[in-house]
Design a binder for this molecule. Sequence first.
Ligand code: AMP
Ligand code: GLY
Length: 423
Amino acid sequence: MNILLIGSGGREHALAWKIAASPLVTKLWCAPGNAGIAQDAECVALDVADHAAVIAFCKNNNVDLVVVGPEAPLATGIVDDLIAAGIKAFGPSRLASQLESSKGFTKDLCRANNIPTAAYDRFRDAEAAKAYVREQGAPIVVKADGLAAGKGVVVAMTIPEADVAINALFSAPGAEAVIEEFMEGEEASFFVLCDGDNALPLVAAQDHKRAYDGDKGPNTGGMGAYSPAPVFTDVVRERTMNEIILPTLRAMKAKGAPYRGVLFAGLMITSDGPKLIEYNVRFGDPETQVLMLRLMSDLVPALLASVDGELKHFDLRWFPDPALTVVMAAKGYPGDYRKGTRIEGLGEAAQVEGVQIFHAGTKSENGHIVANGGRVLNVSALGKSVSEAQRRAYAAVDRIDWPEGFCRRDIGWQAVAREKEGK
Ligand code: AMP
Ligand code: GLY
């Protein structure tokens, strides 16, 4: 079959790598792709915001399935438009995508269905929001209601900090805020494939959102990840399925917006059990890089079963070995950074045992790979332990010659510490 993958990040390179390995696939395109994806797929310069152009490409090239990576085209209804044009598409509809595009929608859905999450209220003006913060006290969490690429959340440790966040948020016209209780615990990213009625649990991973070692510095899209997440035990998974995921699927169906595609639950594992921080309606980045390394089964039949409503008896097999990925970013990220700097040594790095390098913001220029974004490479490895996967990934990082890049040196620290304690 012919598949078109949409996106250009490390997540899409990992998906392209896995999809291209499927014996079911005759041809894989990726729009727009990147220099690494070009090794696994034919990259096409399509404007993915132009749904009509995507549909025309699919018709002209007999595309059997479109796999949508990022949230932005989902939120504008690319799946609805493809399906209306008779083309199979993996991912949620525009209405179902509200689980990510509107924090208020998701919080209200949780409240109406007793899904465990932080207590909250929604606000349209700064004064009411500040009054609520005074009532609740700090620490407290201030969130913009809308897609913000992970940058719309402030965890305020004090009331003045919350006030600053509220002022900043409401300086934009028409802004809306969700203000919620601060939850304590360890975070995990859990992924589930859904077909409207049924949910097939994938595995969990842990992300590292802060830019610098020791979980310091500004929030980013994610600086590294590993899977499995030790905090996500079988008991936690069962509770998450029964208390969070399945009630969400039932509620979405009842709203006339059945959820199909991958559902990514950002969870806080608290002393009371798992609580939902947020949903994303797509695969995680960089979590997908470790998920695809660990997935033993063919991904393509699972994507098709999600589209076709046939996940009920579906199963996937996973390598028990942990995987870890280190994000290499351009110096300055998540703030301003330079593009166009040259990266050498990728071939040598890829030779380290167990290592796979997924590209994010890269492009080819005169036969060289150059940086073309903030997050640029995902140096990923499987190992017998998280410690071994970590050693392999950093051995590969050390072979990459890119003076304009940086990475965290402590990805996986929580799991490595657990392994050292023998837990
Ligand atoms: P979000 O974009 O909603 O995932 O939030 C980004 C990050 O902020 C999360 O990964 C958490 O680290 C933190 N966060 C968000 N909501 C809460 C909360 N209610 N309590 C504690 N931390 C939170
Ligand atoms: N790594 C977090 C995300 O994909 O949003």
